[in-house]
Design a protein around this ligand. Structure first.
Ligand code: PEP
Ligand code: MN
Length: 357
């Protein structure tokens, strides 16, 4: 993709804040007047994609005038969500500096293409939230559609992924997905939206810090002067004061440190890791050799490859060992499942060798 380095025009990291929804001109100006000085971009949703009908669906185009006022009076750049081609046109007409495509829109290639067509050739910044489902290609595809229409000031927002079962988070962070994104497109700024990941204002600081540990370029945080009274997403919004303390307590990490001692220490630890990884592969290879022998034995005795009882016992045993070795159960469960699946595959190959079953 042909990307312009738009983020270089901002102080690093980029902080975007403002209410989930624009509610009134007064509300917008009040929030804008008290945001911490590090915030350079003011956000407010005016067209709100809501899960259920009869919820507040945003104030609509009138909110664009309020956003403009925020820009004129407080000097913020302004941003809002666009979900259709007509939203895109209206936002351009009102000189909204940054447009973002929401998670529920990114999932729909037709809609993204219509928006891309409406924005063709614009030099506005366009941010694309991840789709609600954990699909990296769909996220990338949306950015490619915009880029295909000549939009080069692009950025990505990680807002977590929806699941049926809710746990600690409203939307699962699944960090590996944005990290894979960053690996593939290091030139596209990556911003974290801890508000929609968390769904709970008490988790914002922790998620924000994690994103900076991973090298994200900025944050978008929903901020409201009276969060509990907000017309949407009340539980996850923070006050401007709270945002100030979150920002001031953040440790901003750099991609690298030129200090030679750091590089020597890192190199030495990485060498050790490389040795250990090699040892893990050697052991795995030996393990699979044994699996082949087991496959041969089962074949000879006409016994099924998959033995649920044995697998349950092995898994339980390894989970107990995980605790002994200070490894997380989740990691060992995933690891052993992968090892076991491979073992089954290997045994199955032995069983069906030479086309004989
Ligand atoms: C929002 O930012 O208010 C919003 C609707 O976000 P998302 O698209 O991530 O749900
Ligand atoms: Mn919201």
């Amino acid at each position: 993709m042909n990307i312009t380095n738009w983020i270089a025009e901002f102080q690093k990291p980029l902080f975007i804040a403002g209410p989930c929804s624009a509610e009134s001109e007064k509300q917008m100006l009040q929030i804008a007047s008290t945001l911490p000085e590090q915030v350079k971009v003011f956000r407010a949703g005016i067209w709100k994609p809501r899960t259920k009908p009869n919820s507040f669906e945003g104030v609509g185009a009138i909110g664009l005038k309020w956003l403009k006022k925020v820009k004129e009076e407080y000097g913020f750049k302004i941003t809002t969500e666009i979900a259709t081609a007509s939203h895109a046109k209206l936002a351009l007409e009102h000189d909204v500096d940054i447009l973002w495509i929401g998670a529920r829109t990114t999932v729909n290639p037709f809609q993204v293409q219509e928006i891309a067509d409406a924005l063709r050739g614009t030099d506005k910044i366009v941010l694309v939230k991840n789709p609600v489902n954990p699909d990296l290609d769909l996220w990338i595809g949306a950015l490619e559609r915009l880029n295909g229409e000549g939009i080069t000031k692009l950025g990505a927002i990680h807002r977590g992924f929806s699941t049926y079962k809710k746990d600690r988070y409203r939307n699962q962070p699944q960090w590996q997905i944005p990290l894979d994104f960053k690996n593939l497109f290091p030139q596209i700024p990556l911003i974290c939206d801890p508000s929609h990941i968390a769904g709970d204002r008490n988790l914002i600081a922790e998620i924000a810090q994690k994103s900076f540990n991973f090298g994200f370029d900025g944050l978008m945080v929903e901020t409201h002067h009276t969060p509990d009274e907000a017309w949407s997403d009340a539980a996850q919004q923070v006050t401007p004061d709270r945002l100030k303390s979150i920002i001031n307590n953040l440790k901003i990490r750099t991609q690298d440190d030129l200090d030679m001692n750091y590089h020597f220490a890192l190199e030495s630890l990485r060498n050790k890791i490389d040795d250990k990884d090699k040892a893990v592969l050697e052991i795995l290879s030996e393990r699979m050799e044994i699996a082949k022998q087991i496959g041969g034995l089962k074949k000879k005795h006409n016994v099924t490859v998959y033995q649920p009882k044995r697998w349950n016992l092995l898994r339980e045993f390894m989970l107990e060992l995980a605790n002994t070795y200070g490894l997380s159960e989740e990691f060992i469960r995933d690891f052993m499942t992968a090892v076991h699946q491979e073992s089954i595959k290997v045994q199955n190959t032995i069983m069906t060798e030479n086309g004989k079953i």
